[in-house]
Write a protein that binds this ligand. Sequence first.
Ligand code: FES
Length: 89
Amino acid sequence: MEEMIPNEGFPKAAANQPCCVNLEAGKTYAWCTCGLSEKQPFCDGRHKKIEGMPFKSLRFESTENKEAWLCQCKMTKNPPYCDGSHNQL
Ligand code: FES
């Protein structure tokens, strides 16, 4: 483990707005749930470097080619998609 930080305050809001991405049918994606990835809204494995981190990526498959708004505040109730929860931050 490279770092030790308290779990308090996680997940981190990477941004208080969603990110629009183009998803491809049949492709699997890993959405960042901890908020520390530098490849938002997707996971870059950063959570694995932190001891005790309870968050890990959320894998999902897109069933169609589509444009989607993925959550970056990490508070959505419909992950990985933005549900407007960022407006409450
Ligand atoms: S960015 Fe998280 S709910 Fe909109």
